[in-house]
Design a protein around this ligand. Sequence first.
Ligand code: PBG
Length: 327
Amino acid sequence: MNLPEFPVCRPRRLRQSPALRRLVAETHLAVSQLVLPLFVRPGRRLRRPVAAMPGVFQLSPDELVGEAAAAHALGVPAILLFGIPDKKDAAASGAMAKNGIVQQAVRLIKKELPSLLVITDVCLCEYMEHGHCGVVRAGKVLNDSTLKLLAQTALSHAEAGADIVAPSDMMDGRVAAIRAALDAHDFQDTPIMSYAAKFASAFYGPFREAAESAPRFGDRRSYQMDAANAREALRETALDIREGADIVMVKPALAYLDVIHMVKSEFGFPTAAYAVSGEYAMIKAAAAAGWMDERAATLESLLALRRAGADILITYAARDAAKWLKG
Ligand code: PBG
């Protein structure tokens, strides 16, 4: 490109007023892009604050409905649901129970708020006594025996009325296993949003308190991706798409903008970015200390995800962001 030079070219001409800046903005944030993650646990009138995530609570189903309704009233189109069961075991039986906490919550929300999209996180870590995302034998997380449990879990979510299922476990072949189970039971129209490129990340720290899902031994590096690898993220995403993923996700978000950009440019699929618990906690902590403007920092980081190529923004700040975008 042969660009004119100063003084013919003056980029500041287009920055003179809010209206001019809006007119030439390349990227837009909209409430319709936001997904709010919520945590549900058994009980009534329960709102347990998550210390490391101010403004986030573990909610009983009745409270969950109120929280979801408030977000939906602001225009947030979807929630992403995580369950915390009363009991954990070595087979994650609570994950796929007909009357499990997520299944109950989905039924209730779909009844009370039919136009709100309910996405369910499909994983076993919250339901396993050892806190890993799969079946463990002799200290190893087994891939293939985990697939059956994940498929049953996803199917039970669809049966409860989930609009989209979102596997976050990072086992190989899980999208195909889930697609097959859904199709075999007449859920061929239930979309899968796969956590396609999910990295083993320190930014999940606060979530493990929120979901009570910290691994009891070792870490998740044998199944989640190494932060060093972006090209591998493309291979992971390609596999998920081939197996039937309808929406692909990159997680975490802000530290992986390059991956979001590569995934969107390479495949052009609907792409979600998950601004995870640690990203939320950092802004909250800095804002509480008076070191950063919470609103400006939140909206700027969400805009960065859009600029990188994300279509769907999963964020604990969805409610606030919706409010700010309206105002
Ligand atoms: C479960 C799961 C995790 C997150 C989403 N699903 C935790 C993990 O992998 O350890 C993290 C979300 C967040 O940090 O906000 N597998």
